[in-house]
Design a protein around this ligand. Structure first.
Ligand code: CAA
Ligand code: NAD
Length: 282
């Protein structure tokens, strides 16, 4: 494969999972975060994720050691200048992503593909911040990355065919199935999934059933692997709120308004698993 080094911006839930998936596939990874504690958690989390696979005899101890050795971390964006492919996976915020992408373009090699893992923001709008928008693409992984088989590949109107082809190649190399999607808020999966989770929060807010009953309802009655409120906690309530706000403002349709209880939870700092408390306590 032509992609030897992947740079990742943001070492939260998603950046960490993407780093694990790439390193396990034999690709060198360099992860950048502004928070050194997040970088430390990234390595610890990849290490425990790989140890789990070794315990289940799905990975050898040698492969685990090699994958861990393939991941470097940094707080300095210039350290990503040797990457063939850079994936932005920082906090879901348009202004932040625009700023990061300009910083990335300033240090990236001319041939480097620049991708975003955004859950909802317009790929076309983000591409427009770059001097070379043709090399920009949406590469949307799903959480938890080591387990979820899908990647959505979203083309901005500026994205070239060559950029899409390389992104498809990377998705295949890390063992994912990709679907091609046209640019629109939330693409395909989140357009369907996030309003369902938001509706579950309205149902809770209206007192129609307890959290446990809502989650049991969707597990037992719709065969979902986990209930929508547990899924909100897995995704991160701040991320879910950001996605619903993009839908609400971009579609200009009140059906996408975020549930007030979701806003209230985020205001309280109850962000889900990552903060130790969301709808459930962890
Ligand atoms: N790393 C590696 N492996 C993991 C893992 C992780 N972080 N989490 C779970 N696994 C593995 C387990 O080792 C286990 O493997 P085996 O089947 O080989 O034993 C398997 O996944 C199942 O895990 P568990 O038995 O521990 O727990 P579970 O059965 O409850 O499954 C789950 C966990 C896979 C997360 C499952 O609950 C699930 O599929 N939930 C729904 C996830 C989902 O919908 N994700 C999409 C979120 S939306 C999104 O990502 C887009 C966005 O932009 C917001
Ligand atoms: P997170 O809150 O777990 O992590 C975000 C990380 O970005 C943090 O570690 C933060 O320190 C870092 N960061 C902030 N500013 C930065 C900067 N300037 N440079 C480098 N790092 C910076 O978020 P997450 O859940 O990993 O989500 C990351 C992206 O992936 C978002 O765009 C989100 O919408 C998307 N996404 C999330 C999920 C999910 O289920 N959580 C799934 C698919 C896509």
């Amino acid at each position: 494969m032509s992609i030897k080094i992947v740079g990742i911006i943001g070492s939260g839930l998603m950046g960490t999972g993407i780093a694990q998936a790439c390193a396990t596939a034999g690709i060198d990874v360099i992860v950048r975060d502004i928070d050194p504690a997040a970088l430390k958690r990234c390595i610890e989390s990849v290490s425990s994720g790989l140890a789990r696979l070794v315990a289940k005899q799905k990975l050898t101890e040698e492969a685990k050691t090699a994958a861990l050795a393939a991941i470097r971390t940094t707080t300095d964006i210039k350290d990503l200048s040797g990457a063939d492919f850079i994936i932005e996976a920082a906090t879901e915020n348009l202004a932040l992503k625009q700023k990061i992408l300009q910083e990335v373009e300033a240090i990236a090699a001319p041939s480097c593909i620049i991708a975003t893992n955004t859950s909802s923001v317009s790929i076309t709008k983000l591409a427009a911040t770059l001097a070379q928008p043709g090399r920009f693409v949406g590469m949307h992984f799903f959480n938890p990355v080591p387990v979820m088989a899908l990647v959505e590949i979203i083309r901005a109107i500026q994205t070239t065919d060559a950029t899409v082809a390389l992104t498809e190649e990377l998705a295949r190399t890390v063992g994912k199935t990709s679907i091609g999607v046209k640019n629109a808020p939330g693409f395909v999966v989140n357009r369907i999934l996030c309003p369902m989770i938001n509706e579950a929060i309205f149902v809770l807010q209206e007192g129609l059933a307890s959290m446990e009953e809502i989650d049991a309802g969707m597990k037992l009655g719709a065969n979902h692997p986990i209930g929508p409120l547990a899924l909100a906690d897995l995704v991160g309530l701040d991320t879910l709120l950001a996605v619903m706000n993009v839908f609400y403002s971009d579609f200009k349709d009140p059906k996408y308004r975020p549930a007030p209880l979701l806003q209230e939870m985020v205001d309280a700092g109850y962000l889900g698993r990552k903060s130790g408390r969301g709808f459930y306590k962890y």
